[in-house]
Design a protein around this ligand. Structure first.
Ligand code: ATP
Length: 315
């Protein structure tokens, strides 16, 4: 049996780091969003063993790969005898704040449960995902969601739609653990408050929900985008990010932001013309760019279900 499944990237519409926790992690509040940029994972059931390959030079093979770890954990906990060969077709920039590894791992768990014929309830799946990484559980929900705790406790929010979303990346990786380490050194206040901006936005978003002609719920983008606590830090360390953000703003973006701990930045545009202008302004800086859009929860699940049932092959 073979399956090809898309693993969508995410952006963080906002991200707050509230403080260090007794378990060594950081307490965060974030609003996450799945987007159309995606890796594609190809699965082939084999007699035994786990093999994970990826042509991308920054993606490790073997046990260092999150997909390998997902497969190994599922196989061990469920006593599976069969094996799998997985090829990761990488389109999401690596260590870029776009959640590529986490999305790959979540999709691997879903696909392998099908390939190996394992019946897992959603709670077991969430627990397995959480053990692999704080962003993994979000990819079992998709669309727009609030993440609290380590970001691994996720709650669906009404979907935000942005049809013209421009991603830009200066081409170097940023390690998330480095970014958290730097924030800690500077001293985060440490008062884990439930009255965070993200919390207010998430609750306050409900009255802003409207329905479009098709009857789908739409949240005005500006009701949800509200800054990122990593931004000042990474802009200070990498001043070119300020230039990128200024270009997005200068070309007319409705809102701009940093995803995760960067270095990917994004701009939401109303007009094609302005987005194209921004794209060429970033091309002039020599940055990687991708024109994409949000993927809401119904589309996210429709795409995954179609691929998992073998009806479609990736994006
Ligand atoms: P995080 O916030 O979790 O660091 P990110 O989106 O910034 O996520 P990823 O693209 O997930 O970054 O990569 C983080 C690290 O994980 C990289 O250094 C990479 O070597 C490693 N990694 C392991 N498995 C994968 C995978 N399947 N895809 C991408 N990176 C992977």
């Amino acid at each position: 049996m073979r399956l090809s499944v898309p693993a969508f990237a995410k952006v963080n519409w906002m991200l707050e780091v509230l403080g260090p926790r007794p378990d060594g992690y950081h307490e965060i509040r974030t609003v996450l969003q799945t987007i159309a940029l995606a890796d594609v994972l190809h699965f082939e059931r084999t007699e035994e063993g786990i093999e994970v390959v990826c042509a991308h030079p920054q993606v490790p093979a073997g046990p260092a790969n999150l997909v390998f770890r997902a497969a190994e954990r599922l196989r061990r906990t469920q006593g599976v005898k069969a094996g799998v060969r997985i090829r990761i077709e990488k389109h999401i920039p690596v260590a870029a704040g776009l959640g590529g590894g986490s999305s790959d791992a979540a999709v691997a768990l879903l696909a392998l449960a099908r390939l190996w014929e394992i019946a897992l309830d959603p709670e077991q799946m969430l627990d397995l995902g959480r053990e692999l990484g704080a962003d993994v559980p979000f990819f079992f929900i998709g669309g727009t969601a609030l993440g609290i705790g380590r970001g691994d406790e996720v709650y669906p929010l009404p979907d935000v739609h942005a049809d013209i979303l421009l991603l830009a990346n200066p081409g170097f990786p940023i390690s998330t653990s480095w970014a958290y380490g730097q924030l800690t050194k500077r001293g985060i206040p440490g008062n884990i408050s439930v009255c965070s901006r993200a919390w207010h936005r998430a609750v306050g978003v409900w009255p802003a929900v409207r329905r479009d002609e098709g009857g789908r719920e739409v949240v005005p983008i500006l009701a949800i985008v509200a800054g990122n606590d990593f931004e000042a830090l990474v802009r200070e360390r990498y001043p070119e990010l300020t230039r990128g953000l200024d270009r997005l703003r200068g070309c007319g973006a409705l809102c701009v932001g940093l995803s995760g701990s960067g270095p990917t930045i994004f701009g939401v545009f109303e007009s094609e013309r302005e987005a194209r202008w921004a794209e060429s302004a970033l091309a002039a800086l020599g940055w990687w760019r991708a024109r994409t859009r949000t993927v809401d929860r119904p589309e996210y699940w429709a795409r995954l279900v179609a691929s998992l049932s073998g009806e479609a092959s990736g994006p």
